[in-house]
Design a binder for this molecule. Sequence first.
Ligand SMILES: [Zn+2]
Length: 198
Amino acid sequence: MAYKKVEQFEDRITSGLIDHYRDALELLGENPAREGLLKTPERMAKAMQYLTQGYQMDARAILDSAKFHEEVSEMIIVKDIELYSMCEHHMLPFFGKAHIAYIPNGYITGLSKIARVVDVFSRRLQVQERLTTQILGAIKESLQPMGVAVVIEASHLCMMMRGVQKQNSVTTTSAFWGEFEKAETRSEFTKLISSKLS
Ligand SMILES: [Zn+2]
C-alpha cells in the first residue's frame, strides 16, 4: 500500500513537470504539438529528474556501506572522476573532472564509493565551489581521516554558450582539510594528480 502511494506521488510530479515543459516550449515560440516535439516535455521531465536524483541520495550512507578498518596511513587518490552537474543560476550543464584524496585514520572505503559521492552532489543544482566542499565534508564525516583534498576542474556551458562565450575557460576549485592544509602534503597531492603515469 505504501509503495502504491509513493508511486502515485512520483506520477504526480512527473506529470506536473510535463505540463510545465509543454508550456515552456510554447512560451519560447515553439509548437509543442508538432511531431518532433510531441514527446519532448516527457523526455525533459525524465531527464531533469535523472539529473537531479542526487537530492534523494545519501553520501554518508554510500561511504559507510563499504567502510572498513584498515591500518593504512598513505595518501589514497582517486583522480579523473568524470563529473556532470548543472549550474543553479542558469540550469545549464557544467562538466569536467574531480580529483579526490584522503589520508586514512583507521578506516578506508571502496574506491567506487568515492566516485559515487561525486554523483550524489553533482546530480543537483549546484555551484562548483559548494560541490567541492560538500564532497570533502561527506568524506571527512564518514571516514574521519587525517586529511581530505578535493580539486574540481570544469567547463561551464553557461559561460561557453551565452554571454561572454569564453569557449576554452576551465574553472578550478579546491578544498583542503587536515593534513592537506600543510603545504608539503598539498604539493605532493597536486604533483600526483598532474602526473600522467600515477
Ligand atoms: Zn551558470
